[in-house]
Design a protein around this ligand. Sequence first.
Ligand code: 87F
Length: 483
Amino acid sequence: MAKEEGKQGITVKKSQDISEWYTQVIQKAEMVEYTGVSGCMIFRPRAYAIWEKLMAFFDKEIKKTGVQNTYFPLLIPENLLKREAEHVEGFAPEVAWVTQGGNTPLNERLAIRPTSETVMYEAFSKWIKSHRDLPLKINQWVNVIRWEFKHPVPFLRGREFLWQEGHTAFANKQEAEKEVLAILELYRQVFEENLAVPVIKGRKSENEKFAGADFSTSVETLTPSGKAVQAATSHHLGQRFAKSFNIAYLDEKGEKQHPYQNSWGFSTRSIGAMILYHGDDKGLVIPPKVAPLHVVIVPILFDDSKARVIKKAKDIADVLRSKDISVYVDDRDHYTAGWKFNEWELKGACIRVEIGPKDIEKKQAVAVRRDIGAKTFVPLDTLPEYLAEQLETMQKDMFTKAKNFLTENTVHVSTWTDFVKAIKEKKLIYAPWCCTAECAEKIKEKTEGAKCLTLPFELEHPVGDCVQCDKKAAAIALFAKSY
Ligand code: 87F
């Protein structure tokens, strides 16, 4: 009969120990499996399905703007990786290398791609010859490796992850800058409209920007663990890479010019932020737009009516599928209905539909939304419309709840005392800041790790002095500890 109930569920409350809760939820809900290599994990089908939904959304949007997908090699020769020295300098400790083929040492070490600027821009220098070759808009959906030394956290901080990296080149600087923000807006949509995770858009401070960029923009969020995550970044690279990789073209007048470039990316880290935001003591809660399963139908089985009830459940499922609602009829008879309820709550099916012989007599079913848990009796003839509508409402409600969490955990401070207090309380902090590297270092030291996440666009105009030192504030900055 049913498996032991105790082993099935999560044994710790999210509010008690969120990191233990997270570790249990991702394994018990079959999102990930660990491997022998620390920081490299298996994305099981339930997790990969979410990534597929995000890919489908973003891929469609970027293709509307003329971006094409490509594939560049995984291995990058050392001399190429180091061509634009400044951009790899800070990252060098995180590069993983291939040094042997079989037993033969290689003449030149090969980096396993940590990002693909170098290998792509070498090719761009062959492809961009005339102003007619611009704009060039390339993207790839690939894995990358960064040899992190901090403790890995599945999805949020790993050595291997999946991402998209977009790389574009324009004749016109304004056009390039416009794209940086257009892509940032798509990232907001990935997070807010698909994952129901609220984000804050901004521009990175000088010492937090990508070293290869003229300026970097990002979307950031604070997760319920009290740690912030950089959700995605979009950079304007100016002409720096074009100059070091000899990317040049002849303009209409026949004069040699360097294009303006951008690069932008978001990764499977997004899944981690979504899990942390929405999950509860029973397990995963997944917003319908990215959920691997919208509706699970659990037929209530008795020997004498079993066949009839399963048949009815399958008929309902067919109608739902025709309306683009993903559905699974859980007619496994070696589990009790109660066990199945727990399992689907753990795995985050959006809505559970229960139907038994008595319900069929009354021409109704029971529907239970995963995020609010309330039971509703629904007439069978309006069930498909009801479920479709509930999935939409659920998506909106989940975002509203997440946004309220973010608002409630955001503070505006102007004194150092309030800043320290807010960091202890794991808040997201807006504070006037001088934006200097020395001050960033001081803040990190004094708070054991807090940093400026971004300079939010909505609040670019500071007043008064820096929250930490006695210099004039240059911006209102967003601070928190982060992953
Ligand atoms: C690690 C090792 C070597 C980040 C690294 O943000 C190089 C790098 O260049 C590196 N870690 N970066 C910055 C990546 C910049 C940029 N690349 C394209 C993005 C978005 C996608």
